[in-house]
Design a protein around this ligand. Structure first.
Ligand SMILES: Cc1cc2nc3c(=O)[nH]c(=O)nc-3n(C[C@H](O)[C@H](O)[C@H](O)COP(=O)(O)OP(=O)(O)OC[C@H]3O[C@@H](n4cnc5c(N)ncnc54)[C@H](O)[C@@H]3O)c2cc1C
Ligand code: SF4
Length: 439
């Protein structure tokens, strides 16, 4: 009798724990499957940068990688399906590599590209110089992502540039730095510390990819050394605070960036020895060039008359600024749909979403549903099969099925994707290697 009692005393809690474990496991599996299904339906299966390839034969299903991923809180990156780890949100992976570090079974390899989509990585020597002498690369463009790495590389690449400049030259500038993300920011400080005659050109604003993070995103990084400014002592910081810190360094150190200036081409200077850097505003004659342009590329433009008007933007910063306005959003991807719906949620806005195809097949179902619901409520209009013909000061001309309509307009947001930097690099003569799921 007493034996039976003791057996039940132990068995009941053990059984309870088993049920709790199985339920939790089942829930995680269902959530992982749903996330993977959503990514598959939206065609979002290609990781943008370095990402884990999981050897399912080696994986022992311990979940350490799922727990270790720093992006897991914000997005869904890794999940468990059939007791094995799987990359369920490939486009959310930004290459922290924490999964590989913690895997006890050596089941994870960090790779670039996939079997179906190659990623182009330029060939760069250990001193950051490309095979085009005098043209250097730092930061994510060279393959290694993350803010800390970009800052370190920006600083280190400058040591090689300084070495090159010791040989002397007859160019107007020592150096042109392209990009003001973390790599361009650190190298601009290093250029000032070395008293170089350098210019930094940035097509948008300070911060690079970080400036594009969602509002309030928690940035995970490591303390890094910034030339002149000293230690950047952050581990976890909100995106806005990080940008504010960089802005205060910009102000205190009096470094300058030529914002809203895009480099279009880089050609050998006549007579050799240096380069002519051509931007949308001017040209620079320089001995060396440091490309810190990341991997996002340049926003795709519409190429229509009036696109240079100040009311045209290539991304949404704050929906509130469009209160009471007539706004045209162009594009059919998630960023276009999110921009249109968030502006339409502001009071007094009249929003038109123009897309050249007949359906939003590239966007996530939840964004498509939101657009449909708002369109049904009359809060925004969708123009499928439409093309912007001209942007005027207070209107836009759009052709829909061969008929041109004139819409009242105060602002245009073009979310038509980006032009990746590969063509730009090849034009300069830099060798680019395509990686298909390889290290
Ligand atoms: C959603 C997301 C979340 C992330 N979270 C983190 C995180 O928490 N922690 C972390 O460490 N990393 C994170 N990263 C990665 C990190 O943002 C990048 O690795 C880092 O910003 C790379 O810095 P970079 O200076 O090399 O390039 P970028 O930051 O991409 O900057 C490149 C700059 O060059 C400019 N440029 C490009 N072409 C031209 C041109 N032709 N002319 C002039 N200017 C040009 C661009 O406008 C841009 O400002 C995240 C990335 C993403 C996408
Ligand atoms: S850490 Fe390694 S063994 Fe554990 S679940 Fe992830 S891939 Fe599998």
């Amino acid at each position: 009798m007493q034996d039976n009692f003791l057996t039940y005393l132990y068995l009941i809690p053990a059984f309870g724990i088993l049920i709790w474990y199985l339920r939790r496991h089942g829930r995680l599996e269902r959530e992982s499957l749903a996330a993977l299904r959503e990514a598959t339906e939206a065609g979002m299966l290609e990781p943008p940068t370095l990402h884990p390839e999981i050897d399912l034969r080696k994986c022992i299903g311990c979940k350490s990688c799922v727990v270790a991923c720093p992006e897991q809180g914000a997005h869904t990156v890794l999940g468990m399906i059939g007791k094995k780890a799987r990359l369920i949100g490939p486009t959310n992976c930004i290459g922290h590599g924490a999964c590989k570090t913690v895997c006890p079974a050596d089941a994870i390899t960090l790779v670039f590209g996939t079997a179906t989509r190659g990623i182009d990585i330029p060939q760069v020597k250990p001193n950051f110089e490309t095979d085009v002498p005098g043209v250097f690369i730092a930061g994510e463009l060279g393959g290694m992502g993350l803010i800390y790495n970009a800052i370190e590389q920006g600083r280190q690449a400058m040591e090689s540039v300084v070495e090159l400049l010791k040989k002397g030259h007859n160019n107007q500038h020592d150096l042109v730095i392209v990009g003001a993300g973390p790599a361009g920011f650190a190298s601009t400080l290093a250029a000032k510390a070395a008293s170089l005659n350098s210019v930094t050109v940035e097509q948008e604003e300070l911060g690079g990819t970080v400036a594009h993070f969602p509002r309030g995103k928690l940035v995970m990084t490591r303390p890094a050394n910034l030339p002149i400014a000293g230690k950047m002592n952050f581990k976890e910081v909100q995106k806005e605070e990080l940008i504010e810190f960089w802005r205060s360094v910009e102000e205190q150190t009096k470094i300058t960036f030529n914002y809203n200036e895009r480099v279009d081409s880089i050609d050998a200077a006549p007579g050799g020895g240096g380069y002519i850097v051509t931007t949308n505003k001017t040209t620079y004659d320089t001995r060396a060039v440091l490309l810190a342009i990341g991997r996002r590329g340049s926003p795709r433009q519409l190429g229509v008359p009036g696109e240079s008007l100040p009311k045209v933007a290539y991304r949404l910063i704050d929906p509130e600024q469009y209160k009471g306005m007539h706004v045209l959003v162009v594009g059919g991807g998630d960023s276009a749909l999110e921009a249109a719906t968030s502006i339409a949620a502001e009071t007094g806005t009249t929003v038109t979403l123009s897309y050249r195809s007949g359906a939003f097949s590239r966007a996530k179902p939840k964004n498509r549903d939101k657009v449909e619901a708002m369109a049904n409520d009359g809060r925004l209009s969708v123009l499928f099969n439409s093309n912007v013909q001209e942007i005027k000061v207070d209107s836009v001309a759009i052709s829909v099925d061969d008929k041109t309509h004139e819409l009242q307009n105060d602002a245009v947001i073009v979310s038509a994707g980006g032009i990746l930097p590969t063509a730009f690099l090849k034009k300069i003569g830099i060798n680019v290697e395509t990686k298909w799921g390889t290290e």
